[in-house]
Design a protein around this ligand. Sequence first.
Ligand SMILES: [Cu+2]
Length: 511
Amino acid sequence: MKLMSMPRAAVLTAAVTAAFIAAPAAASAAACNPPAKRGEVAHVNYSGMKSQLFCFGPITIKPGQNTIEFPVSKLVPNEDGYITRFDPDLVYTDTNEVPGVDVLHLHHGVWAVNNNFTNPQWAAGEEKTIFQLPRGFGWRSRPTDTVIVNHMIHNLYPAPAHVYLTWRVDFVPLTSPDAASIKRAQTLWLDVAGLKAYPVFDVLRGSGSGGKYTFPDQARGAERRNIGSRHEFTATRDMTLIGTAGHEHPGGLKTELRIKRAGRSDRKLFESIAQYFEPAGAVSWDVAMTATKPSWRVKVKPGDKLAVNATYDTKNASWYESMGIMPVAVYYGSDAGGDDPFVTQPPITGEVTHGHLNENDNHGGKTVTLNDATRLISGASFSSKTLPIKNYVYTQGDLSLGGLQGRPPTVRRGSSITFRNDDSTGNPNTDYVFHTITACKNPCNKDTGIAYPLANGAVQFDSGQLGYGPGFATPTANRKTWSTPKNLPTGTYSYFCRVHPYMRGAIRVTN
Ligand SMILES: [Cu+2]
């Protein structure tokens, strides 16, 4: 991964220039108060255990922002001990409410302790899994630790927002009598795309087999070649795996952790299932991933290989820039119980760590709020012309516009329209408003929510995120233009912006 191969000083420079925020722990503890999650997994209690809340920020999320940041913090317990539980959240600074996922969305937080970017200690996406270690294990924590909170918080609207990224931990001080019985857990980071700063792959509707696509198993061509180093991890010493859960994006169905040993057939160690609360099914962040049960424990020998894969639904829609990650809590030793998985099959099924979360209540897609472009008179011809996107509006054919400008621009078959993001600064260091042109099913004119609109156009196309970012960590295509495919059959094509899904537009291909 590019970021990991950067010299430490460069990583820190990137971090500091992105945003240096060192909020005093005492002040921030009073400043935020994320709500408890419905149906949370039970705490494992120890004598002297403390609940500690860390509030990182305030973070200002700029209008429409979708960048990746690397600020440094000192937000760690102020005494020696073990962290045994990690519970992430995101709240507004003024109300302590969790932002609606359709308004502001925690694409990811990744907590790299003491600059360990190879194996960040914790991670969170909008599934907000709680990592509860089984009894007898803890992440070692020292007051001298630093935490780089790599975050990508995505503002789906052009209004600035102020949030805290929060994490509640259970902390057992070394002075607790129970601390002597705690073994040190460490995180092993396993990513289906290998170690990268932005490890994504596209899942196209209809790809794979039987309405499902598994990455990397079914990846071909460039996507296979682009898989980074260490998408398989080879153990060099005895290890005991003590817990894991998967991270996916909407459309995800499950992740799998597998083990390979020379001369044996592969074994599946765990399946993290995406349990959707979303009424429309596997199409939104209204989901919880299953995590291993406390009894799950797997002995790994030197030479064993660990690998992960991620399966997505491909019946409903395409899922661009998808992820599949399984951080695994491991203990480096063989004196912590557990069985050889080639002798005893560990339990494959787990349990969710929380229930439905209120921030996923606006599903969208219920009422018509915009033009139906299929019923509009054709607009001006844009064959071989440029169509600017400015102030979050597709300047011709935006479904929110009336009059001549609201009419779908036409393009002759065999020609194309070139969209240009004029909200982009053009400078990778200052750019943050990225737009896409992504096909959605006609008329694509209903209210926006976590499950609407989807990339489900009759013909699929997607521009990528038009804009620029620093080379080591950006979701952008590093260009501001995109031209429509020249081979589109005649007809009207509605589209939306994946970054700001309230943005909708349409074009019309004519003979
Ligand atoms: Cu946009």
